[in-house]
Design a protein around this ligand. Structure first.
Ligand code: ADP
Length: 698
């Protein structure tokens, strides 16, 4: 039945706590969709980032090339302008030839890009060379190929100069040098005017690489390659310490009077690679970092979700457990206010949680006990170390009044409630309804009392003949003394002394009969079980008259041995007396059959036992207890006697064990049985006996 209930409980709990089937199916698909969207978004975002970064890099390098193009072309123009000015200054004021030579030489020294300066005059429509000065740096320019073979471009330039009436440049041409080298040059032809009339030309041969190197120098030369390109695309000169990669190219037109060239700037930077590029690398790194953070976050969220579901499960389990508990649970805060009750508690007291929670004096306290319970609560609030706290931890019994007015006994175990931070936050109580248990105990007690009373009546019933005999004697004596007294009264010479003696005897015999009746009455009277402090000797004294009665019938001798100065006992004296009487009666009955009369001796002994126990012994000289009887000796209703009830010894054992002692027996070596039982004595230090036997507290 219990197993079935358990199964039903767990089954209900499982059905309540597991997720519905449809939800279990839907969840992964939705999660998959979300994951897919996240991955796609991150992929698109990262690609766009990389694309934008590379676009930015491209435009940056192109811009670098454009800026360099503008700068180099402006430098080039500026340099060529300066050269032109310097050359024109040679002609100012028509200096004498020697001075012109000296100044031309200086100019060649200070302008390394000017390789040669010439003067020509027109003779028979031909330009005739009159003066020529070569740059002091290096060999004369036309030492490998004579000037006459390379003057076509110069002639064209001078024709242009004449037409323009100002300086004009030639197309570039190549001049071979010693050692297989050569240089691309350009001629500048400046017409000479004397008194407003043409008086020839001054020409200068300019080195294109020299001009370009001057324009593209410094840091720029380390980044870009500058080239001068002809109209047909062939390269005339280049400068720069790096080679252009051909990716970021900027073309600028150098438009000179009489000649046009293209300045091509080629950035050394190649197309940005995906990985080696710093910016892209950074972006990729950041993206990867972002991805890693997202993954970590997702893992964290998952872990949290797992922890949450575990927590929810634990809560559901706790709730299910609380709901299924039969023990009532109640929590109070430090002010004694009820903060929590479980369903079992509510069921026990018959109130709803909202009737109880928040109360200091709950409605289930009996009105007459409110003061006592409030006092106890105040003691408990002093702390768990107080005596009240310790008592409550061991469990204390209280009376509660249910909502329907019924009173119930509850057992409360209380312990300090410690919160998550380890601080004492109140008290937790486990409450058990013990009303039924108490009712059963009371019933058992009443039944046992009834049984004991029945057993006592049975004992007295057995002794009825003895009693009649015992009472017959004093009554017969009283009757004869009464007759004697009456006779004496009829005699006129009455002896007052004799009459008094007879009446005194009557009174004594009546007292004796009364004592017999009282001892039987005392024994049979049914009393409430009550424990009291008694002198051990009193117990033996109380049963001795009845023991003697029995002994007389059994024709046995009773011997009593009691140790001096024994401590007191706390016991239910009627019950212990009954035990003594049962044991003595059994002993004497055992001797009645086969023990010779002169050996029928019953010994009662009382002495200190082990530890703080007192030990009582009843020894007989009967046949002892056979093994087959010994096995069942304490079984209720086991008897070997026709008129016996078989309750005596089982009752004796129950009584002694209830008092915290033990009952045992053994066969004595010389024949006979010895029954012994122990009872715990009061603390010797607490109670002392006065010589008169009264107890005083030490
Ligand atoms: P009852 O006296 O009604 O038979 P008891 O429980 O007192 O019931 O005793 C049970 C049995 O134990 C007795 O019938 C007897 O056989 C045996 N018994 C008890 N005391 C003694 C004893 N001192 N010597 C021998 N046998 C005993």
């Amino acid at each position: 039945m219990r197993a079935l209930q358990n199964f039903q409980f767990w089954n209900r709990w499982w059905v309540k706590s597991r997720p519905p089937f449809a939800m279990a199916i839907k969840l992964p698909r939705r999660r998959l969709l979300l994951w897919g969207a996240l991955v796609v978004l991150m992929g698109v975002g990262q690609s766009m980032l990389v694309w934008f970064t590379m676009g930015y890099e491209n435009s940056r390098f192109q811009e670098e090339a454009d800026v360099a193009g503008l700068a180099v072309s402006s430098e080039l123009r500026q340099t060529m302008g300066q050269h032109l000015q310097s050359l024109q200054s040679l002609l100012w004021n028509d200096p004498p030839l020697t001075k012109w030579r000296a100044e031309a030489t200086d100019l060649l020294r200070s302008h390394r890009q000017v390789l040669r300066i010439e003067r020509r005059r027109t003779l028979e429509a031909q330009l005739q060379l009159t003066e020529a000065i070569d740059s002091p740096f290096g060999h004369p320019l036309f030492s490998v190929m004579p000037r006459e073979q390379l003057d076509t471009e110069m002639t064209l330039a001078c024709t242009n100069a004449k037409r323009l009436a100002g300086p004009a440049y030639s197309r570039s041409y190549f001049v071979p040098l010693l050692g297989g080298h050569g240089v691309e040059v350009i001629d500048l032809c400046i017409p000479i005017q004397l008194d407003g009339r043409p008086a020839g030309y001054m020409t200068a041969v300019l080195s294109l690489p020299g001009l370009l190197n001057l324009a593209n120098s410094g840091e720029r030369a380390k980044k870009v390659e500058a080239s001068l390109v002809d109209g047909d695309g062939s390269r005339l000169a280049r400068s720069g310490s790096v080679r252009g990669a051909g990716v970021y190219v900027s073309d600028n037109l150098i438009d000179l009077p009489g000649a046009t060239m293209k300045l091509r700037i080629d950035n050394s930077a190649g197309r940005p690679g995906l990985i080696p590029n710093l910016a892209v690398g950074l972006v990729l790194g950041l993206s990867l970092g972002l991805t890693a953070v997202v993954v970590l976050l997702v893992r964290d969220v998952r872990r949290r979700a797992k922890a949450e579901s575990a927590l929810a499960e634990a809560l559901a389990f706790r709730k299910a457990m609380e709901d299924s508990l039969v023990t009532g649970l109640r929590a109070r805060d430090l002010d004694g206010r009820i903060t929590y009750v479980n369903p079992a508690f509510c069921k026990m007291v018959g109130y709803a949680p909202h009737d109880i929670i928040g109360q200091i004096q709950p409605p289930f306290w009996p009105p007459e006990l409110i003061q006592e319970y409030t006092q106890r609560q105040a003691e408990r609030l002093l702390g768990s170390d107080s005596a009240a706290g310790r008592r409550l931890a061991q469990g204390s019994e209280r009376i509660f009044v249910r909502a329907d007015g019924k009173r119930i006994s509850v057992l409360i175990f209380e312990a300090p409630l410690v919160n998550g931070e380890g601080r004492h936050a109140g008290w937790m109580s486990a409450v058990l309804d013990v009303s039924e248990q108490r009712r059963v105990e009371e019933l058992a007690r009443q039944q046992q009392e009834q049984l004991a009373a029945t057993a006592r009546l049975a004992t007295v019933g057995e002794m009825a003949s003895l009693l009649s005999h015992e009472l017959n004697q004093p009554l017969a004596a009283i009757a004869s003394y009464a007759t004697g007294s009456l006779n004496l009264l009829q005699d006129p010479t009455i002896d007052q002394h004799m009459l008094r003696g007879a009446i005194e005897r009557i009174a004594k015999q009546a007292e004796r009969a009364g004592q017999v009746i009282k001892s039987v009455h005392d024994f049979v009277r049914r009393r409430e079980q009550k424990r009291e402090a008694v002198r051990p000797q009193e117990l033996i004294d109380a049963v001795l008259p009845l023991v003697h009665l029995q002994a007389r019938r059994s024709r046995a001798l009773v011997k009593v041995e009691i140790e001096d100065n024994l401590p007191h006992l706390t016991c239910d004296r009627t019950m212990v007396e009954q035990v003594l009487l049962n044991l003595t009666r059994n002993g004497m009955q055992a001797m009645e059959a086969n023990t010779p009369i002169d050996q029928r001796e019953l010994q009662m002994m009382l002495r200190r036992g082990p530890l703080r126990y007192l030990s009582f012994h009843v020894i007989d000289h009967g046949p002892g207890i056979p093994a087959e009887v010994a096995q069942r000796l304490f079984t209720p209703f086991f008897t070997t006697r026709a008129e016996g009830m078989g309750l005596g010894l089982s009752l004796c054992r129950t009584v002694i064990e209830q008092h915290g002692g033990t009952l045992s027996f053994k066969n004595r070596p010389g024949g006979g049985a010895e029954f012994a039982f122990t009872l715990p004595a009061e603390e010797l230090g607490n109670l002392c006996q006065t010589p008169r036997g009264d107890r005083i507290l030490s």
